[in-house]
Design a protein around this ligand. Sequence first.
Ligand code: NAI
Ligand code: MG
Length: 341
Amino acid sequence: MAAISVIPGDGIGPEVVESALGLVDAFGLGLDVDVLDHVGADRYRREGVALGEADLARVAASGAVLLGAIGRPDLEHTGYVRDVLLELRYAFDLYANYRPVRLWHDRLSPLRDPARRALDCVIVRENTEGLYSGIGGNLRASSDHEVAVDADVNTRHGVSRILDFAFATARREVCLVDKANAVRAGGRLWQECWRRAAERHPGAATRHLYVDAAAMKLVTEPERFDVIVASNSHGDILSDLAAALAGGIGLAPSASLNPESGFGMFEPVHGSAPDIAGRGVANPFACLLTAALLLRHLGHDTEAAATEAAVAGSIAAGRTTPDLGGTLSTREATRAVLAAL
Ligand code: NAI
Ligand code: MG
């Protein structure tokens, strides 16, 4: 059984995954790695399927999966990205999407006020239901009277378990973000499950914000947040906002977890970035910080912390790719981190 299965994917996916595999290799932990190079856009074009049963079996036989990015402009409206990413989330019931946001260096923040700079929070995004459930359709399509409906699916089971995960993750406070004042049925269910979850976990402080206010407060007082828990769509949007506050999408890692089975999928928050793919300038730090989450998940805490410190050190020394103001290529930035280890 391989310790890690790897899906490099498309665009800058293989470029940043190469960095992460170099990192894992450098630790000499003897982790067995199973790379599924063929899962990607070319195969989807040829066969109409990118991730087959045999691939899922290989992923299932590993301890965790590292994914680069999925997506190519010519397949944008085919359902390709959905097929691969949702297939993985559903196959392993990866309901908890864990997205830490940390300001690695003052210089990277658009916030210049020193008091605002202690940004270090985690966004816990429900990953298997909500507005992205795919239930819905178009009535009288392409006519002047077309009706489009997407169902916002919220189950008591799904909401309760993501709230429990958020409380288990919290260091000091859990902040529920919803729009219960406007989205009433789902809002009612989230609010009721929230009260019960808070009773089950009396240790952490609680706070509730509507999503619009949360977006504002993430900008005006980001240092106040610890764990933010939100539905699939709200978590998606807030995590890009938070990532931008902390220096950009080139630094944002993520894990999709099933806390009961212990299986996880680890991927940078960014996509395949077709605008810069193939130029060797993709920032590998998001994927290296993702590898750190993966190493911690596998019990290698020391290596994870060392990776995070080495990334912070490279940023402080200005040894970064152009998106963070440096001049290094993907490989040079990776070498800077490995050298700092
Ligand atoms: P994107 O994240 O690929 O790119 C957004 C912007 O950020 C671009 O300007 C890109 O150059 C920049 N960027 C992203 N990663 C970077 C990195 N490591 N270093 C430096 N700059 C970086 O999002 P976009 O353009 O909306 O989507 C592109 C493709 O990726 C689409 O096919 C989309 O469906 C797919 N996608 C896949 C995801 C995944 O595999 N989990 C997540 C998001 C999008
Ligand atoms: Mg997103």
